[in-house]
Design a protein around this ligand. Structure first.
Ligand code: PEP
Ligand code: MG
Length: 363
């Protein structure tokens, strides 16, 4: 949980609290009634876990057999193995900036290639592996690549902009990633894209580095900036797939810092404005036969799953512990029900109204 009162850090040892990761809340000294409600929730969730464990081992699909891939967000090879064991059908987001975030010197091509190849090996030839190129800047400072101080780092050098600004580092990373192509089902994805020129420039460099191996890798972009969602149809002509980063898309759509403790509750990816942008992205991509994933935190929220399915999303990339619950949720709804739900929420005006309508789907 994040974005709660700083007082949480001052809790005395032994204080009774109710920590709810789904609601993102921490309640101190709960009364008897609150405590009983919490116990009831725990009982219900334990009962659901069996159903989720069963769902985790099956191919993800809706109750009427519509296939939606459920894959995982990971940071390294160890998590790749955990993801497969948890039932993930691949990896929808390898956050490559976390692989070497504990060091002061840039990793060499060989060091990076060893990590990417280890992840690819853990997944095998069939399971898709989406490696996101370095997403430094904003909320992800990199100690080995200090960026100049900026007044608005979230609106400055971030994601693919950093890579295009530092082609030496970018090319090294791409060469390292491409070495995993013979081992895995490789997809390369560029973060924080706002303009087609960025995609063309990044793709050109990738293709130069790939040479005659260009056909062995799929190229995609993250949809995290409203501009990218609004030109999804045009962007879809340039790439093979999209993955919607709802954490940043929400931040930029609502103009609310994703890590702001006072705004965290309001920066809700279920805001109808964000859902509309997701719908537009899917429409634009499908016009050109391209697939769309969602890899932001909302994909792991069981309550949001039917709406994302109804909006036409093809892949959900979720946190490893959520794989079972997301698959189980998909198995409970039909596409007709999901599409109706999506149409209904798009008529609403606030995130609170959306959450109220989706309450029956909460875990
Ligand atoms: C996102 O922005 O939703 C996303 C998946 O990327 P990150 O959280 O790493 O910025
Ligand atoms: Mg992001």
């Amino acid at each position: 949980i994040c974005g709660i009162d700083e007082g949480a850090l001052q809790l005395a040892n032994g204080t009774l609290v109710v920590l709810d990761g789904s609601l993102g809340s921490l309640r101190r000294n709960p009364g008897a009634e609150d405590l009983e409600k919490a116990h009831e929730r725990i009982r219900r969730q334990t009962a659901k876990r069996e159903e989720q464990d069963l769902a985790a081992s099956k191919l993800a699909m809706t109750a009427d057999g519509h296939r939606i891939e459920v894959v995982a967000n990971i940071r390294n090879a160890q998590e790749a193995r955990e993801a497969v064991a948890a039932g993930a059908e691949g990896v929808g987001l390898l956050r490559s900036e976390f692989l070497f975030d504990d060091r002061d010197t840039a990793p060499s091509e060989d060091e990076q290639a060893a990590e990417y190849c280890a992840v690819a090996e853990a997944l095998g030839r069939e399971r898709p592996l989406v490696i996101r190129t370095l997403d430094a800047g904003g909320d992800k400072p990199l100690s080995y690549m200090p960026l100049p101080k900026e007044d608005n780092p979230f609106l400055g050098l971030r994601g693919v902009r950093v890579s295009l600004d530092r082609p030496d580092i970018f090319r090294t990373q791409l060469r390292a990633i491409l070495r995993a192509a013979p081992i895995g089902n490789l997809h390369v994805m560029f973060p924080m894209v706002a303009a087609i020129e960025e995609v063309r420039a990044a793709r050109k460099i990738l293709l130069e580095e790939a040479g005659d191996r260009a056909d062995s890798v799929k190229v995609g972009v993250m949809i995290e900036v409203p501009a990218a969602a609004l030109i999804a149809e045009q962007l879809a002509r340039e790439v093979d797939f999209f993955s919607i980063g709802t954490n940043d898309l929400t931040q930029y759509t609502l103009a609310m810092d994703r890590g702001h403790p006072k705004l965290a509750k309001k920066a809700d990816a279920l805001h109808p404005a964000v859902l509309r942008l997701i719908g537009m992205t899917v429409e634009g991509a499908h016009m050109h036969g391209k697939w769309v994933g969602v890899c932001g935190g909302i994909a792991s929220d069981a309550m949001a799953v039917p709406v994302l399915a109804g909006l036409g999303v093809d892949e959900l990339s979720v946190s490893i512990p959520a794989v079972g619950s997301v698959k189980a949720q998909l198995a409970r709804v039909t596409m007709d029900e999901a599409r109706k739900l999506a149409a209904d929420v798009l008529r609403l005006g606030t995130a609170a109204e959306v959450r109220a309508l989706l309450a029956p789907y909460a875990e």
